[in-house]
Design a protein around this ligand. Structure first.
Ligand code: UD1
Ligand code: UDP
Length: 367
């Protein structure tokens, strides 16, 4: 048996870890310990996804909660080390690019345990993004790197990573989307919110670069104030964003919009249903750029760069600079039907990425 610790901690990790844990279980060759760092802890940012996606209850919850980058990262490391020492795994597997990813990765390699990174190689080339630092560092200490798109393969090659360690396997987040699409189609959220397919836009925002600065966040809100006159907006709001909004006049402005439906974060099935039927998604999320590509829904990514370029070259995504004018101009183009809904499925985004990962790890262990 291969002893492996699987780590998750923040919302996007749960969609990624779900098919991996399932594939390990199905394979019969793994003894898995599931560790939740507790980076996200609200019921609607964490527990809800375990219930909906059928992820087993974590064997260990480190309960770290929020803090500055240094405090959060250090606290995860302190609490994760004794877990690794006790379980004595052959591998630690981390996903994505959040603080839990690098914190647990560092603990593993310092204890001489092999590290696996799922979603390796993505680069925005923007070192002001905390996630970019987490991605670069995690890849540099990983023994096995599983990649979602060709750009990731190219980036790792350019960085001199030994190709024996790198495997192009596809996208575990899309495994989850495919496994849940039908279930999501039975969600009642559209009728609950009185929404008609394609006649509304979905919004998510949580990048510090967009929502921590009231001036920048204000430019985005100003664009929404225009758009909501023409199209309903549905905005399940991230706790970081709600906290920031409430510190300024922006909270009042968002709540004053008649056609904007402000919600707490919603569960995966409701969110997938909302996205699938939307006319447009406006977001700064990483994962949502990929999901809208598969769903064929136009996506305006309110960022200067993306670490997921295949969503632009093959998908429905476009980058939109953060000015009210740019947001409005792109919205109008999409509304007029001028968007690139090429609906091409990127290579290996076929629902089988986790299965491939389990097979490759087992192969490395000679099983
Ligand atoms: C984190 C990740 C980001 C990822 C995002 C997904 C890092 C550096 N950032 O950003 O890459 O895209 O998760 O959602 O790892 N909070 C709550 N309840 C919660 C969780 C957070 O109220 O359950 C509030 C707290 O005030 C906290 C703030 O949100 O300080 C930010 O949380 P944090 O985990 O530090 O970063 P995110 O912005 O969520
Ligand atoms: N998501 C969700 N409910 C919401 C908003 C997002 O289930 O209210 C899902 C979304 O479908 C995707 C994941 O959360 O699977 C993306 O997480 P997030 O945007 O927080 O993180 P990122 O991908 O930017 O790291």
């Amino acid at each position: 048996m291969i002893k492996i610790i699987c780590v998750c901690g923040a919302r996007p990790n749960f969609m990624k870890i779900a098919p991996i844990v399932r594939a390990f279980e199905t394979s019969g060759r793994f003894e898995t310990l599931l560790v939740h760092t507790g980076q996200h802890y609200d019921q609607k940012m964490s527990e809800l996804f375990f219930d909906e996606l059928g992820i087993p209850k974590p064997d260990v919850n480190l309960g770290v909660g929020s803090g500055s980058h240094a405090v959060q990262t250090a606290e995860i490391m302190k609490r994760f080390e004794p877990v690794v020492l006790e379980f004595k795994p052959d591998y630690v597997l981390v996903v994505g690019d959040v603080n839990s990813t690098i914190a647990c990765g560092l603990v593993a390699v310092k204890l001489g345990v092999k590290l696996i990174h799922v979603e390796a190689g993505l680069r925005s080339f923007d070192r002001t993004m905390p996630e970019e630092i987490n991605r670069v560092l995690t890849d540099s200490i990983s023994d096995l790197l599983f990649v979602t798109e060709q750009s990731g393969m190219d980036n790792l090659k350019n960085e001199g990573v030994n190709s024996d360690r790198v495997h192009f396997v596809g996208n575990v987040m899309i495994d989850t989307l495919m496994a849940n699409r039908e279930k999501a189609s039975r969600s009642t959220i559209l009728s609950d919110l009185d929404l008609q397919p394609r006649e509304y836009a979905v919004i998510t925002l949580h990048r510090p670069s967009n929502v921590d600065d009231a001036d920048i966040f204000g430019r985005i809100v100003a664009a929404f104030e225009v758009i909501e006159k023409e199209m309903k907006l549905v905005f399940p709001i991230h706790p970081r964003t709600r906290n920031n909004m409430q510190k300024t006049d922006l909270g009042r402005r968002v709540e004053a919009m008649q056609n904007l439906i402000l919600l707490d974060p919603v569960g995966y099935l409701d969110f997938l249903c909302l996205m699938s039927n939307a006319g447009l998604v406006m977001t700064d999320s990483g994962g949502i750029q990929e999901e809208t590509t598969i769903l064929g829904v136009p996506c305006m990514t309110l960022r200067e760069n993306t670490e997921r370029p295949v969503t632009i070259t093959e998908g429905t995504n476009r980058l939109v600079p953060i000015t009210s004018e740019d947001i409005l101009q792109n919205y109008r183009q999409i509304k007029a039907g001028k968007h690139s809904a090429k609906a091409k499925v990127p290579k290996y985004w076929d629902g089988k990425a986790a299965e491939r990962i389990a097979g490759i790890i087992a192969g490395h262990c000679g099983l």
